[in-house]
Design a protein around this ligand. Structure first.
Ligand SMILES: [Zn+2]
Length: 167
């Protein structure tokens, strides 16, 4: 860098910071939306009646409700039932009794094409959320690097300003 800091440089710096901020903001919002959608779709896939609540909580509040959701998400499908035929205790989502093999009618609402579709969407939204999260981190790192380079440039400029008396 030559030792001249012009007004154009300062304007360029401010514009760059503004663009960085907008990109980071957009990525953060997109990130929140897709994590919220992923939680909603995952809850729907598991016939959770609070799917909307979880989607909103994760979308607006982020990782804390996200972790709570992860701990609770399989509660519904892990519910234990008695086989009406042999009294064997098994998970409600088993399509057949693991003991006697009789068809488990209670599993039917969990195994519809809708459940599979929601599970597919949850996976897709989760991947998009992870990608946006990574891009957001990269944008923040780029902003920091840009900031440091600009600060170094100013420092060099101030340095050359004082040296200029010597010639
Ligand atoms: Zn049975």
């Amino acid at each position: 860098m030559s030792g001249t800091m012009t007004a154009t440089d300062a304007v360029g710096f401010m514009v760059a910071i503004m663009i960085f901020s907008l990109v980071i903001m957009a990525l953060s919002i997109g990130n929140a939306v897709f994590w919220g959608l992923a939680a909603y779709d995952d809850a729907k896939a598991k016939n959770n009646n609070d799917a909307l609540m979880w989607g909103l909580l994760v979308g607006f509040l982020g990782w804390i409700p996200g972790i709570i959701y992860l701990c609770l998400r399989n509660k519904g499908i892990n519910k234990m039932i008695y086989c009406p035929n042999c009294q064997f205790i098994h998970r409600i989502v088993e399509p057949n009794c693991p003991n006697c093999g009789i068809q488990n009618q209670f599993a039917m609402p969990y195994l519809t094409p809708m459940n599979a579709e929601y599970a597919r969407k949850a996976k897709r939204n989760l991947i998009i959320g992870i990608v946006l999260c990574a891009l957001c981190v990269i944008a923040v790192i780029a902003l920091v690097i840009y900031f440091v380079f600009f600060a170094v440039q100013i420092a060099e400029y101030s340095g050359s300003y004082s040296y200029s008396y010597y010639w």
